[in-house]
Write a protein that binds this ligand. Structure first.
Ligand SMILES: [Zn+2]
Length: 296
């Protein structure tokens, strides 16, 4: 008896839900919220109106070995990603694009990225019609949002105590064989400056800027990639975002389930201090894995 009652309640609640949706209809983009979910590294899932966007989605979270064929952990991806209309790649290192071919093929998503991103997607069998190659300066309009592509540069890395600016070589043709770890060359680095209704959101995939390219941008929200080799002061002064979200501070080769240590979190807090040093009124968000942030 009880079971029957529960089932009928469920049916009623589904019906009410669908009637409400029909009465309200889709809201105009101006009145919609932007919902962000952090995927770890520089990865984000963005929902705006009916549109699902991914930036640098990387859920496999394993090092790409130079001479080994790359294999996406499909289960790890599908645990978190259930659809995608558009994917934007900030640069083409493995921890930014290695899972993109699988996601693009699975969901038919359109991919925007460097020549390397395009060529590796083609190599993996993504349809050419899904791919847009950028070189900086593009203004792309979509149904619910627009995005400006801004040339940037890769963050300086520490390798064995040496500071090194990664080369920005490109893969210029589709590969004749499988994608190996060594094919994830950095390629061009780009910022994406999104407009969602009235909200402007700047996404940075690696901790560096070409500062002269930042003038004129007025982001409400800037998603910044932690990098202790970069002096943030000038860029923050130019951008003056209302909110900063810190990302790419985690250990990207450990699974999401292993969480974050205090030492890892301190990397993000260091960037928070740099931002607050310029203007303590800037709100800084240090997200947890898979945390959802709703922007008004
Ligand atoms: Zn990189």
């Amino acid at each position: 008896m009880r079971i029957v009652l529960m089932v009928s309640l469920i049916v009623v609640s589904i019906a009410v839900g669908s009637v409400r949706a029909a009465e309200t209809g889709p809201a105009s983009p101006q009145t919609q919220h932007v919902t962000l979910k952090w995927l770890g590294t520089a990865g984000w899932k963005i929902q705006f109106a009916q549109t699902k966007i991914l930036i640098d989605p990387f859920l496999t979270r394993k090092q790409a070995i130079a001479v080994e064929e790359w294999k996406t952990d499909e289960e790890a991806v599908l645990n978190v990603i259930n659809g995608a209309d558009y994917i934007f790649a900030g640069h083409s290192h493995a921890d930014h694009i290695a899972d993109i071919p699988f996601i693009a093929k699975r969901f038919g998503a359109k991919v925007t990225g460097s020549r390397t991103t395009t060529n590796l997607c083609l190599s993996a069998g993504v349809d050419k019609a899904q791919l847009t190659t950028i070189s900086g300066g593009e203004k792309l309009d979509f149904r619910d949002f627009s995005v400006q592509v801004i040339e940037s540069q890769h963050g300086v890395l520490n390798r064995g105590g040496q500071k090194r600016q990664p080369r920005s070589a490109e893969i210029t043709n589709p590969l004749s064989g499988p994608i190996l770890g060594k094919h994830f060359v950095g390629g061009g680095s780009y910022l994406y400056y999104f407009t969602f209704g009235k909200l402007r959101l700047l996404s940075q995939s690696t901790g560096n800027f070409i500062e002269e390219n930042l003038h004129g941008l007025e982001p409400d929200v800037a998603i910044l990639a932690e990098n202790s080799n970069y002096d943030w002061t000038e860029a923050i002064k130019i951008l003056r975002p209302k909110t900063v979200i810190v990302h790419h501070y985690d250990d990207w080769h450990a699974p999401l389930s292993s969480g974050m240590t205090a030492a890892v979190r301190r990397r993000a807090q260091r960037l928070e201090r740099d931002v607050k040093f310029v203007d303590r009124n800037i709100r800084v968000i240090i997200p947890e894995f898979l945390q959802t942030i709703t922007l008004e």
